[in-house]
Design a protein around this ligand. Structure first.
Ligand code: PBG
Length: 322
């Protein structure tokens, strides 16, 4: 084997040959579009930290979902901003809260669109942490029933899947248990199993008003230096009944995506987070990158690393290019 017998350029000679030997393809089915819902009606406010994304009331979320679905979009992830917060994040389980309302409107307008809900307390707690607190400490076991109640409220509103992102130990099992006891044995859970304590969540926290009032999330989210621990988290969540797992962020953690892909046959999602999106947008706005090409390359890289599904704010923009 070797040149001049072997010439890799032969199969790069024209677009058809290149397509025929292309190893990775990005499709509409791969993308999950995250959106931010707020209370009210006729609200569609641009989010300054995420160019092209909006705070949407449930009616407007429905219209956007319809438009996304018409472009070929298959799935959305919903985050909620409540009009009040408390110590335990109880507004997150409000059956009339923005997420529950938006789920109903979207399923009404676009029944074939998969509606996934993010389950976490940070948008709903007065202190911005993902669990209950005692002084400076984020409590684990005491948080679980609150997460489970929020997941149940989303299920009752008609969500197709719930996705816990809080990183408390044992939350998948607690959610599975409460769902099963209430007639939702069929409802899948996508666990944010491998979620790093990342600086790339910055624009999201502005958008979701969910920055912690004190300290940081390193007591519950993973250390960016750790890869073996990712496999441990995946095993625990699968043992508790997770149907799909996730690595987050995506771009800076492609090695972790591949590691997890090689470790489990279960569906694997990767979250291209707000900071990754903002980097592309800002670099393109500054004239440093070609937006279309760099956006598509960032996604194909995540797919090639081994993700089946990609959560990305780019979803509606890239759909027409696929
Ligand atoms: C927490 C949550 C976060 C994101 C999704 N769910 C932020 C955090 O952990 O502080 C970040 C998503 C993004 O940056 O796009 N519930």
């Amino acid at each position: 084997m070797g040149w001049p017998i072997d010439r890799p350029r032969r199969l790069r000679d024209n677009p058809t040959l290149r397509d025929m030997v292309s190893e990775t393809r990005l499709g509409a089915d791969d993308l999950i579009y995250p959106i931010f819902v707020v209370p009210g009606r006729h609200v569609k406010e641009p989010i300054s930290s995420l160019p092209g994304q909006f705070h949407l009331s449930p009616d407007e979320a429905g219209l956007l979902a319809l438009e996304f679905n018409r472009l070929g979009g298959r799935a959305m992830m919903l985050f909620g901003l409540p009009d009040r917060k408390d110590e335990t994040g109880s507004p997150g389980a409000d059956p009339n809260g923005p997420v529950a309302m938006a789920v109903k409107v979207i399923k009404d307008l676009a029944p074939d669109l998969a509606v996934i809900t993010d389950v976490c307390l940070c948008e709903y707690t007065s202190h911005g942490h993902c669990g209950l607190i005692d002084g400076q400490r984020v409590l684990n076991d005491e948080t679980l029933p609150h997460l489970a109640r929020q997941a149940l409220a989303h299920a009752m509103a008609g969500a197709d899947m719930v996705a816990p992102s809080d990183m408390m130990d044992g939350r998948v099992g607690a959610i599975r248990d409460l769902l099963d006891k209430n007639g939702f044995k069929h409802l899948p859970i996508m666990a944010y199993s491998v979620k790093y304590a990342s600086a790339f969540y910055g624009p999201f926290r502005q958008a979701a008003d969910s920055a912690p009032a004190f300290g940081d999330r390193r007591g519950y989210q993973m250390d960016p230096a750790n890869r073996r621990e990712a496999l441990f988290e995946i095993e625990l969540d699968l043992a508790e009944g997770a149907d799909a797992v996730m690595v987050k962020p995506a771009g800076p953690y492609l090695d972790v995506i591949r590691e997890v892909r090689n470790h489990t046959p279960r569906p694997l999602a990767a979250y291209q987070v707000s900071g990754e999106f903002a980097m592309l947008k800002c670099a393109a706005a500054a004239g440093a990158l070609d937006f279309k090409r760099s956006a598509l390359e960032s996604l194909i890289g995540i797919k090639r690393a081994g993700a089946d599904l990609i959560l990305t704010y780019l979803a509606p923009e890239v759909l027409p290019w696929l």
